[in-house]
Write a protein that binds this ligand. Sequence first.
Ligand SMILES: [Zn+2]
Ligand SMILES: [Zn+2]
Length: 279
Amino acid sequence: MKLTLLGTGSPIPHPQRAGPATLVRTSDQLVLFDAGRGVVMRLAKAGVLPSMLSGIALTHLHSDHVCDLNDIITTHWIMNPDPTTLRIAGPVGTRAFVEATLDTLAFDIGYRRNHHGDLHSGPLVDVTELDAGVTWELDGLHVRTSASDHRPVEPTLAYRISEGDQSIVIGGDGVPCVALDELVLGASAYVQTVIREDLVRSIPNVRLQDIVDYHSTVQQAADTAQRGGVAALVLTHMVPSPFPGTEDEWRSLASAFTGLVVLGDDLTSLDLDTMVVTG
Ligand SMILES: [Zn+2]
Ligand SMILES: [Zn+2]
């Protein structure tokens, strides 16, 4: 399998970092985790159109993780020559979110259906709401879920996608917890939202201080990775975005983890067959 960080940004706008989204390529499938700002552009750069996706899994419904789902839905719909169903999974609440998204697209759906005689329906979506601890079966792929701890945001999910003896955990936002520890155990790669508490604390913005208690610090992510004995820790959704030249500082904060630490820009990829990082 191979993972690509499509977007390594956060809600704070950044000219080079798109919003949270991670693409996983298996031997014959493409699965997207979250759909943050700019996801369709980053997919295009990775050589993937929304119509090529087997499915999308959402970790939670914070806007930075779902704000461009509407673009995925629309592009998947209008670029497929035949009616094709887009599979979307996520925590409870995902169905209402997708239905509301379709409502906001109603004008566009009407315009296009009136104009294109071969469009016989609006976007076709199949939404699966997942509880923690279940497995999402996606055309032969097994995607296991666990709860994550991003309280007060609930429910939120982490995912483990497996193929053969390889597995990738998408931790999403949140602080360490027992369920996440169990999910990451022995994984090939563990992708985690991280913050630098020292830097966030130094920024005189009251609202920003609130993020510290529900996101893993780099050190906490490293501890989770080390407890789980994973092969690679992949840092993403970094707050604040690392200044160029400070990457080693970030990596050094993860020194409790003895495996491979991946910290990259958008479109950084990790190939699990070779454990080579590109991008
Ligand atoms: Zn969040
Ligand atoms: Zn987030």
